[in-house]
Design a protein around this ligand. Structure first.
Ligand code: SF4
Ligand code: SF4
Length: 375
């Protein structure tokens, strides 16, 4: 099996680019992450720590090469209402997909092909994918920290497969193709998470605050800092803002696309009230097919929906928040209270006052008093 055979097979099954690099340690990546202080200490609490994956032999001791697969996830478009709430990569159901999903099967086909041709394979997501992709010559870097694959722009999923065979390697493309004076992504970021070109404070990024903020993760918890809450706006699972403003993505954004039929079919069910007060059936049939990647527990989707409702300042949501304020989960109630305080008005105030009498949690009581003080 030659490098060329692997690339042709990858293109044949729907990947848009395939590159191959050596499985030598990505020492520059490790040095770069470590130089950024405590911004990446949460890596310790991810199931696949990229600092470990930067040494591919940690993933598979026999590792010789890393095969990098680029998938263009923006071949179909999605309803505008959903794009305001959910990152396109999730609507396309191709990020860390579950068994039974097309994207999962595509990666399995690639692994089967490599195995059938004598390779031992490992597709752990621990490999730092954007770094590996640039090493394998299939992407360049944007100042927004995303990886760009030519005309496909940054709307790509990068998958990596570690193998135990050597191949011809591609020339790295570690450079950037950003126009010299462009800073559109930095200016557009609502939380100012991109603190200088090519440098992101992940803890300020909306996406991080949507997903990584879960309890039981060392210094990370479900608490979303007050100073970031308004800037999160209506985003409940991912943020595309710094990609959508990018001149390098405009060709792809503006290219005519058919609407994804599956998402179109279920779109009207996926509303903030439905997420806030979701049933198990809704979680299984509407959340899980799209957003079951970073978050596996519906309480975090409920929290995110409450926050988005508060930021909308839409009084129509007060009746849904009134139901959710009786949620048995204290954490959810706290965000519901925050949202009612943001929306304000007489109805929200009535709900807050009447819930105070029944509230058992001191934290939530304190949040209610703060919310009432705002009005
Ligand atoms: S994804 Fe959103 S919050 Fe994160 S850096 Fe980009 S614009 Fe900022
Ligand atoms: S918006 Fe401009 S600076 Fe940012 S990634 Fe795109 S081209 Fe580069």
């Amino acid at each position: 099996m030659r490098s060329r055979d692997i690339k042709e097979y990858g293109l044949n099954i729907g990947y848009s680019k395939v590159g191959i690099t050596s499985a030598d340690s990505f020492t520059d990546y490790v040095a770069e992450v470590l130089s950024r202080g405590d911004k990446y200490d949460f890596f310790d609490f991810t199931s696949t720590n990229p600092l470990q994956g930067a040494i591919p032999k940690n993933i598979m001791p026999e590792a010789k090469s890393v095969i990098v697969l680029i998938y263009d996830y923006f071949q179909n478009d999605f309803p505008e209402e959903l794009k305001k709430m959910i990152g396109k990569i999730y609507l396309a159901r191709c990020y860390n997909p579950l068994p039974g999903m097309l994207a999962h099967s595509r990666l399995e086909l690639m692994k089967d092909y490599l195995s059938a041709n004598g390779c031992k394979v490992n597709s752990s997501i621990g490999i730092p994918a954007r770094w590996a992709a640039a090493q394998a010559g299939v992407t360049t870097f944007g100042r927004n920290n995303f990886a760009y694959a030519g005309d496909t722009g940054s709307y790509i999923v990068i998958s990596t497969i570690v193998v135990d065979m050597e191949f011809d390697y591609d020339k790295p493309t570690m450079e950037s193709k950003c126009p010299p004076n462009c800073s559109a992504c930095i200016n557009a970021c609502p939380t100012k998470a991109i603190y200088e070109p090519f440098k992101l404070n992940p803890k300020k990024c909306i996406s991080f605050n949507n997903w990584i903020t879960q309890d039981g993760r060392g210094s990370i918890s479900s608490f979303i800092p007050y100073e970031l809450r308004e800037a999160i706006g209506g985003k409940i699972h991912g943020c595309d803002i710094c990609q959508d403003v990018c001149p390098l993505n405009q060709k792809k954004l503006k290219a005519p696309k058919a609407v994804d039929r599956y998402i179109e079919q279920i779109a009207e069910d996926i509303t903030l009230p439905a997420i806030l007060n979701m049933t198990d059936d809704f979680f299984m049939n509407r959340i899980k097919p799209i957003m079951y990647n970073y978050i596996k527990d519906k309480r975090y989707f409920m929290r995110n929906a409450a926050l988005a409702m508060g930021n909308s300042k839409n009084e129509d949501y007060v009746k849904d928040l009134e139901i959710a304020i009786t949620n048995p989960d204290e954490m959810v109630r706290e965000y519901v209270v925050w949202a009612l305080g943001k929306i304000g008005g007489q109805y929200a105030e009535r709900v807050l006052k009447s819930s105070l009498a029944n509230e058992s949690s001191d934290n939530v009581k304190q949040a209610i008093n703060q919310a009432l003080a705002q009005g």
